[in-house]
Design a protein around this ligand. Structure first.
Ligand code: MN3
Length: 204
């Protein structure tokens, strides 16, 4: 069996209550994320790709053979996206980004509230399953969304913050009310992690 593994959640399943409920976090991590890992391992087992770093694997998707490329795109993308997503949130987090990230958001979007509006629009505008992202495009911040488990990394845009808008991410607590889930998400955004990704992405 290939060696991709489910990362441990950096906090307890109930740590993001009441914004993201314990049952959703548990199923999302132990069932959905685990399934992406298992299916990725099935796809790349016995190939040269099984030892690759997940980020490198997804960046190099074009070089993955046809017969497993879709499986790697969906399940490798799912593994990569969720591994980031858990770290982009934290208990007792939220608030506003500070220092250079805060300044960059203000100058790019015309203020933090304007940024939140644009991010929410991307999250609500994604029809069906996918993600909304704050990414770095060259040296510029940008809000984008992707379908399914696609990542903006494939377009050379490192993700800084992402929200999973698949129904499995919010349905138990919010049912069809995706907008409410997005509004709640701001209470758990780990801006320290986002700022770290911003710093690293600027250097690349
Ligand atoms: Mn998910």
């Amino acid at each position: 069996m290939a060696g991709f593994e489910l990362p441990k959640l950096p906090y307890e399943y109930n740590a993001l209550e009441p914004y993201i409920d314990e049952r959703t976090m548990n199923i999302h991590h132990t069932k959905h994320h685990q399934a992406y890992v298992d299916n990725l391992n099935k796809a790349v087992g016995g190939t040269a790709f099984e030892k690759k770093d997940i980020t490198e694997l997804i960046r190099g998707l074009a070089s993955v053979p046809d017969n497993i490329r879709t499986a790697v795109r969906n399940n490798g993308g799912g593994h990569l996206n969720h591994s980031m997503f858990w770290k982009m949130m934290a208990p007792g987090a939220g608030g506003e980004p500070s220092r250079s990230l805060g300044d960059s958001i203000n100058s790019k979007f015309g203020g933090f509230e304007k940024f939140k509006e644009e991010f929410k629009k991307a999250a609500l505008g994604r029809f069906g399953s996918g993600w909304a992202w704050l990414v770095l495009n060259g040296k510029e911040l940008e809000v984008v969304s992707t379908a399914n488990q696609d990542t903006p990394l494939t377009d050379g845009k490192p993700p800084l913050l992402g929200i999973d808008v698949w129904e499995h991410a919010y349905y138990l607590k919010y049912q069809n009310r995706r907008a409410e889930y997005v509004d709640s998400f701001w209470n758990v955004v780990n801006w320290e992690d986002v700022a770290k990704r911003f710093g690293q992405a600027l250097k690349q």
